[in-house]
Structure formats: structure tokens, C-alpha cells
Design a binder for this molecule. Structure first.
Ligand code: FAD
Length: 293
């Protein structure tokens, strides 16, 4: 095991609050940013071999790290950024940010991913969560993916990905996405740019983008937005220590700067209890809490 830890540049006791958009969380025992997919696979193989817990992190925009940190290895994909275009298909490493994907798509006159412009996630995270917005979702544009299942590398096609609302086979089976093939359609570059800006402006008007947050906290309930349900109860602006239900969007919790993960967890509990009491609806979290109890 020592050989494994000596071989790679692990950082010990890495502060995880730097690695999630909510800016909360304790330390990871070990943290690493592999420089390519081969290294990522080798690290995971060793974690499996030595029975070390690991967590695959993209851009940390849908995870909230707990205050007690993570006993194990956090493996972040942010350096896996290779991206190529072949006709109307973009082939990109899992760490590629959705901004970059959209920029390349626009420059190459490829439309279909504009709805995702402004989602601050990586492609791997977006496939895992089947990210979606404004009527679009990853399921519509993913042709196939290359994954590592802990033992071997395989290719999975769209119809094998079981992508549904904020869910996928990647999430269910904890597969690791290495590469993604995105299939788009030829379109006018100017038109694509305008659509991207339109979606980004919509976000700017309705979401507290200049504050630390993790996007939507709860999933929709059937087709009703959780934000509407929470807003109807007059909960916008409620503060618990450093955590606040956003004044702009009731399904967002913002970290006013000093929040702990526990404050966010407790605020979520309060919202769920109030919603249950007043409407009999059970809200379910979209964000994922990661770390030791
Ligand atoms: C301001 C804001 C706005 C947002 N708007 C939207 C929105 O409109 N629609 C939407 O759907 N989401 C939205 N989100 C949530 C989030 O951005 C998406 O879910 C995004 O796709 C997560 O990507 P990530 O790289 O940050 O994933 P992370 O948060 O790092 O991880 C999320 C999950 O994906 C897994 N994962 C990450 N990379 C891989 C990989 N390579 N292989 C396997 N699993 C992996 C992680 O293990 C974890 O389970 C928003 C978030 C913020 C902060």
C-alpha cells in the first residue's frame, strides 16, 4: 500500500471546502487530481485493491462535503480536459467543463447543448446526474460514454445509460466516466451564441450566482418546482447561522460565508418539515452530501 501512496502525488488533509461550490466541508484524508484517464483508472484500481474508500469529484457543483471530511481518497477529474471535434460529434474527457463544451460547440457551429450553458459542472458530473435545464437534458445529446466499472473499461451507448430525472446508470452503479461523446446538430454560429446568452441571462435573473451555492437543493415534485412550493410558504430569506434560503430562488440555499455543512443540513431539515406539515409533500434532495458522519 505504501508503494501506491508513494507513486502518486496525493495531497494529505486537503480542505474540501475549496472543492465544492457551496464552500463547506472538512478535510479529505487524501486528495488527488489525476493528469489523465489512465492514471485515474490506476488510482481507482489500487483503492479497490487496498479497500480504500474513494470519491470521484467533478466540479463539486452538486455535492456538499460534510464537516467531518472524508476518510479516504477524493479523486478530482478537473485536469482531464482533452476535447476533440469530429464532424457533429464532440469527444471530451470527463473533467471538461460544460462552459468549454458550449464554447467549442459554438465555434464549430454545433447546436443542441445551449440549454446547459451556465451549469457549472463537468461532463462526468452532468452525465452522472443527467443534468438538465430549460427543456434539455444530457440524455438528449450523449451518444456514448467510456466508463471504468472498478474492474474494466467499457463503452456504454445512450440506450444503456438509464438516464432519467437526475439519475443514470453511472449514479446507480458508481461507474467512473472517462470520456463522453456528445452528438450535436449543424447550426448557425450566431444563433447558437444568442441562445447560449439567452439561457445564461435567464439564470442570472433567477439564481443567486454571485453567492456560494449548490444549485437546486430539492428535486421537482412531479412537475411542480420545489422552489415554488417553498416560496409559497414564505420561506425565502430564512437564515440559520451562515446558511440562508436564497431571497432570489427558494430552491437555492446560499452560504453567507460562515456556514457549516451542518447548518445547510439543518436548514434542509427545517424546509422539509415545514413543507410536509403544510402541504403533505415529501421533498427529496437533489444535492448529494458526501463525507463522514
Ligand atoms: C449555480 C448552479 C446552477 C446549477 N444549475 C443546474 C441546472 O440547471 N440543471 C442541473 O441539472 N444541475 C444544475 N446544477 C447542479 C450541477 O451543476 C450539476 O448536477 C452538474 O452536472 C454536476 O457536475 P459536477 O462536475 O459539479 O459534479 P459533482 O458535484 O462534482 O458530482 C456530482 C456527482 O457526479 C459524480 N461524478 C462527477 N464526475 C464523475 C465522473 N467522471 N464519473 C462518474 N461520476 C462522476 C460525483 O461522484 C457525484 O456523485 C447547478 C449547480 C449550481 C451551483
Amino acid at each position: 500500500m505504501l508503494e501506491f501512496f508513494n507513486k502518486f502525488n496525493f495531497i494529505q488533509s486537503e480542505n474540501l471546502s475549496k472543492h465544492c461550490t457551496m464552500r463547506v466541508g472538512g478535510n479529505a484524508q487524501y486528495y488527488i487530481e489525476p493528469i489523465n484517464s489512465e492514471q485515474l483508472v490506476e488510482i481507482v484500481k489500487n483503492c479497490v485493491k487496498y479497500k480504500i474508500d474513494y470519491f470521484i469529484l467533478g466540479n463539486g457543483s452538486n455535492v456538499i462535503f460534510k464537516d467531518n471530511g472524508f476518510s479516504g481518497v477524493v479523486i478530482c477529474t478537473k485536469r482531464l480536459q482533452d476535447i476533440k471535434v469530429k464532424k457533429n460529434i464532440i469527444i471530451a474527457d470527463s473533467g471538461t467543463n460544460l462552459y468549454v463544451l458550449n464554447k467549442i460547440a459554438q465555434e464549430n457551429g454545433l447546436g443542441g447543448s445551449e440549454w446547459s450553458y451556465g451549469i457549472p459542472g463537468s461532463l462526468g458530473g452532468a452525465v452522472c446526474m443527467n443534468a438538465g435545464a430549460y427543456g434539455g437534458q444530457m440524455r438528449d445529446i450523449v451518444l456514448k460514454i467510456k466508463v471504468f466499472d472498478g474492474k474494466k473499461i467499457k463503452i456504454l451507448y445512450n440506450n444503456e445509460l438509464q438516464m432519467s430525472y437526475r439519475d443514470s446508470i453511472v449514479k446507480k452503479k458508481k461507474y467512473i466516466v472517462l470520456k463522453v461523446w456528445i452528438k450535436l446538430k449543424k447550426d448557425d454560429k450566431q444563433k447558437i451564441k444568442e441562445k447560449q446568452i439567452e439561457y445564461l441571462n435567464k439564470r442570472r435573473l433567477s439564481q443567486p450566482l454571485e453567492m456560494y451555492n449548490s444549485g437546486s437543493i430539492f428535486k421537482k415534485v412531479k412537475d411542480i418546482s420545489a422552489g415554488k412550493i417553498i416560496d409559497n410558504l414564505g420561506l425565502k430569506g430564512v437564515i440559520l447561522n451562515g446558511a440562508q434560503i436564497s431571497k432570489l430562488h427558494a430552491n437555492f440555499i446560499v452560504n453567507l460565508s460562515s456556514a457549516k455543512a451542518k447548518d445547510i443540513e439543518n436548514l434542509i431539515k427545517i424546509i422539509k418539515e415545514k413543507v410536509k406539515e403544510k402541504t403533505n409533500i415529501n421533498l427529496e434532495e437533489e444535492v448529494l452530501f458526501i463525507g463522514d458522519e
